[in-house]
Design a protein around this ligand. Structure first.
Ligand code: PGA
Length: 251
C-alpha cells in the first residue's frame, strides 16, 4: 500500500499577516513544477484568511491548529471546525502536546475534537507522543498504545496521526531514525489491532519533533514514516522546501 507523503507546517503562535503571506507565497512558488507530497500549512487563527488568499489556486492546503468540539456556542476564545471549514481549511490538528500540556487536553477531549473535525468535513491530524519521563521509565509504547486506542472507535478513514515525542519538540533533539521507526511500528500495530490491516495500512503516520532539512532524509527513508509535522523549520521558506523536496542531505 503506498501512502501519499504529507508534509505539514505548524506555525504555532508566530508571524504577523505580512510575514505569513510572504512565507505562504514563497512556499507556493518554490513548489511550482510539482512535488508528490501533500503540503499543508497551519497558521494561527488570525492569519488563516490572509494565508487562504495566498494559497488559492495552489495545491497547498490550509489547516487550523485546534478546534472546539462543539459546532458553535458560548465558548469565548474558541474556534469551531465549522468556522475553520468556512475559511477554507481542509485539515485540523488535534491534541498537539502543547495543548495537552498547556490546556489540560485529555485523550477523551482529543477524541471529541477529532470527531467534531470529521463532522465538519475536516481531516484530523491527531498528535500523540510520550514525554521524556515516560520514555526513561520504559512507558513510551504503553503511552502510544493508550493515545492511539482512544481514537479507534471514532477514527475516520482519512485519519492522520503525528508521532511527536514531547522531548523532541522545539528542543533540537530529533528522534533517531531507529527510534522513530519503532514508535511508528507501535502505532501501526495498534491501528491494525483496532481497525484491521487494510485501514491501518491506509493511515498516514507523520513524525514531528525538530525535523530539519538535514535530518528529514534519513527519517523519510524509514519504514512507516509517511511525512512530517514541522514546527521551527517551517518558518523559513528554504528550510521548509528542503524538507519537502528531500533535496537535503541526510543527517
Ligand atoms: P518543532 O515542532 O519542529 O519545532 O520541534 C514540531 C511541532 O510541535 O509540531
Amino acid at each position: 500500500m503506498s501512502r501519499r507523503p504529507l508534509i505539514a507546517a505548524n506555525w504555532k503562535m508566530f508571524l504577523d499577516q505580512q510575514q505569513a503571506r510572504n512565507l505562504a507565497s514563497g512556499i507556493v512558488a518554490g513548489l511550482d513544477g510539482g512535488n508528490s507530497a501533500e503540503v499543508v500549512l497551519f497558521p494561527s487563527f488570525p492569519l488563516l484568511a490572509a494565508v487562504a488568499a495566498e494559497l488559492e489556486g495552489s495545491p497547498v492546503a490550509l489547516g487550523g491548529q485546534d478546534l472546539h468540539p462543539a459546532p458553535e456556542g458560548a465558548f469565548t476564545g474558541d474556534v469551531s471546525g465549522r468556522q475553520l471549514a468556512d475559511l477554507g481549511c481542509r485539515f485540523v490538528l488535534c491534541g498537539h502536546s502543547e495543548r495537552r500540556r498547556d490546556h489540560g487536553e485529555t485523550d477523551e477531549l482529543v477524541v471529541r475534537k477529532m470527531a467534531a473535525a470529521v463532522d465538519c468535513g475536516l481531516t484530523p491530524i491527531v498528535c500523540v507522543g510520550e514525554s521524556l519521563d515516560e520514555r526513561r521509565g520504559g512507558l513510551a509504547n504503553s503511552v502510544l498504545a493508550r493515545q492511539v486506542d482512544a481514537l479507534l472507535e471514532l477514527a475516520p478513514p482519512d485519519l492522520v496521526i503525528a508521532y511527536e515525542p514531547v522531548w523532541a519538540i522545539g528542543t533540537g533533539e530529533v528522534a533517531t531514525p531507529e527510534l522513530a521507526e519503532s514508535a511508528h511500528a507501535t502505532i501501526r500495530d495498534r491501528l491494525t489491532r483496532g481497525l484491521g490491516s487494510a485501514r491501518a495500512e491506509a493511515t498516514r503516520v507523520l513524525y514531528g519533533g525538530s525535523v530539519k532539512a538535514n535530518n528529514a532524509g534519513a527519517l523519510k527513508r524509514r519504514e512507516g514514516i509517511d511525512g512530517f509535522l514541522v514546527g521551527g523549520a517551517s518558518l523559513d521558506v528554504a528550510s521548509f522546501l528542503g524538507i519537502i523536496t528531500g533535496s537535503a542531505q541526510p543527517g
